[in-house]
Design a protein around this ligand. Structure first.
Ligand SMILES: Cc1cc2nc3c(=O)[nH]c(=O)nc-3n(C[C@H](O)[C@H](O)[C@H](O)COP(=O)(O)OP(=O)(O)OC[C@H]3O[C@@H](n4cnc5c(N)ncnc54)[C@H](O)[C@@H]3O)c2cc1C
Length: 413
């Protein structure tokens, strides 16, 4: 497999520290199942299909982990993008609880897949900490923890002293405390995707490098047209997230591309064991320290004039990157002057109600799509892959993912 460098953008820390040249085959003329997109959704879907001994081809246009999955913060959290209390306020208790349960299932699937396939992706489950930087923030954190605990989900409120005992550097004065979600996972995103694709191939899947241009119908079944030829299938699963609307017109106005920018520092002494986040801006900031001591930090979308919404550009910009540079020194005075070794960006997909979509595509018989993770796709990707693999085989959307329906009332164009 050769990499088309014109489609790369700045490479991420994860991409740079993973061999993503995976054995690929020329596009076959047919397969029982075709999966498009080499991120978490596409690789997991292909894995779950291949594991059943089914005939599956995974199509990716650049290399596995080229998209958001290979460019993200490396968190596998739990819960919806808006948080549990926010999700209840928007969707009602029943739907919020159902979605939360789906993300807990996702966490179990992630652990099971990574462990059973022996994937060395630096998987650990230290939990995540969200810093409160004002009294109001801390009151919101307390309400969010209380809402989770009331329904039996994990969550703890940390005062400043308890937080300080978990972070190996002096807290800046504005930090009031934090909420802590035990058990949330961190991973090396490049190694994770490489590992899942390798496992899918071991179970019999094929990988082809091609750009999907359009999906037609022939004799009631989908035909996937690419720049390398066409492939006919019984059913197709799209894991295209930000790019979904380019191939599935029904997702136009439903999944909107939004750029996320991010950087990493040179290795430094161990400071953060947990995944970390806060809201210095309304769009949020997050960071983790990797096993080699580097800190991967993203957010600050609010520093861009249009919050980097509705664009297909994966370049980096000064406004957001300069703002990212201020995060660690502002919160932790001893972390001034860390050297930045890499800066990059990726594309997320946002929906109007901050809940992903995983459903059949109208007017495209035999085609399903999963995407629109609103910057928080890892709590869903394994589970969406598993259920969309099931959908492709049974030719109907499983009832378990009803809250991710394209026809839910909160999802208005
Ligand atoms: C900077 C950043 C930080 C993030 N941090 C986190 C985090 O820490 N935790 C979290 O849960 N979420 C995070 N997210 C969001 C998360 O990464 C995504 O929700 C998730 O990775 C989406 O996975 P996916 O498989 O749906 O899509 P992607 O990973 O984007 O995969 C789509 C793939 O489709 C390919 N493709 C596109 N068009 C075509 C075509 N026409 N033909 C063939 N292939 C095509 C692309 O090359 C790409 O590889 C972050 C996102 C960004 C950008």
């Amino acid at each position: 497999m050769t990499i088309d460098r014109s489609l790369e953008g700045n490479r991420s820390y994860w991409q740079e520290t993973t061999d993503l040249i995976v054995p690929a085959v020329p596009l076959p003329a047919r397969a029982s199942y075709v999966v498009v997109g080499g991120g978490i959704v596409g690789s997991a879907t292909a894995y779950y299909l291949a594991k059943q001994g089914l005939d599956v081809v995974l199509i990716e246009r650049v290399h596995p982990a080229h998209g958001a999955t290979g460019r993200n913060g490396g968190f596998i959290g739990t819960g919806a993008a808006e948080g549990y209390a926010g999700s209840i306020a928007r969707l009602g208790k029943k739907a919020a609880q159902h979605i939360h349960e789906l993300t807990l299932l996702n966490a179990r699937l992630a652990r099971e897949l990574i462990t059973s396939e022996g994937i060395d992706c630096h998987f650990r489950e230290p939990g995540t900490i969200n810093l409160s930087i004002s009294a109001q923030d801390h009151a919101d954190a307390a309400a969010s923890v209380a809402a989770r605990r009331a329904d039996g989900y994990a969550g703890e409120l940390l005062d400043r002293a308890a937080l300080q005992s978990m972070v190996n550097t002096r807290l800046g004065d504005e930090i009031v405390g934090a909420s802590y979600t035990p058990g949330n996972a961190l991973i090396h995103s490049g190694r994770l995707v490489r590992g899942i694709v390798d496992a899918a191939i071991r179970h019999g899947a094929k990988l082809s490098i091609a750009t999907v241009e359009r999906i037609d119908q022939r004799d009631g079944h989908p035909v996937v047209n690419t720049d390398k030829g066409s492939i006919a299938a019984q059913s197709v699963v799209l894991g295209l997230n930000a790019w979904s609307r380019q191939i599935a017109p029904a997702l136009n106005g439903i999944i909107t591309p939004v750029r996320g920018q991010i950087l990493n520092t040179a290795p430094t002494k161990p400071v953060f064991a947990q995944g970390m986040g806060t809201d210095l801006t309304p769009t949020g900031e997050y960071w983790q320290q990797t096993l080699d001591g580097s800190i991967v930090l993203g957010g600050m979308r609010a520093a861009a004039a249009n919050r980097d919404e509705n664009l297909y550009d994966i370049g980096i910009t000064d406004d957001v990157q300069n703002a990212l540079d201020t995060v660690l020194p502002r919160l932790f005075p001893e972390l001034k002057g860390l050297q930045i070794t890499r800066r990059w960006a990726g594309l997320m997909g946002f929906t109007p109600d901050y809940v992903p979509v995983a459903d059949a595509m109208p007017d495209m018989p035999g085609v399903w799509a999963g995407g629109g993770f609103c910057g928080s796709g890892m709590p869903f990707g394994f589970m969406v892959g598993k259920y969309l693999a099931q959908a492709a085989v049974e030719m109907r959307t499983p009832a378990e993912i009803a809250p991710l329906s394209l026809h839910r009332p909160t999802l208005k164009k």
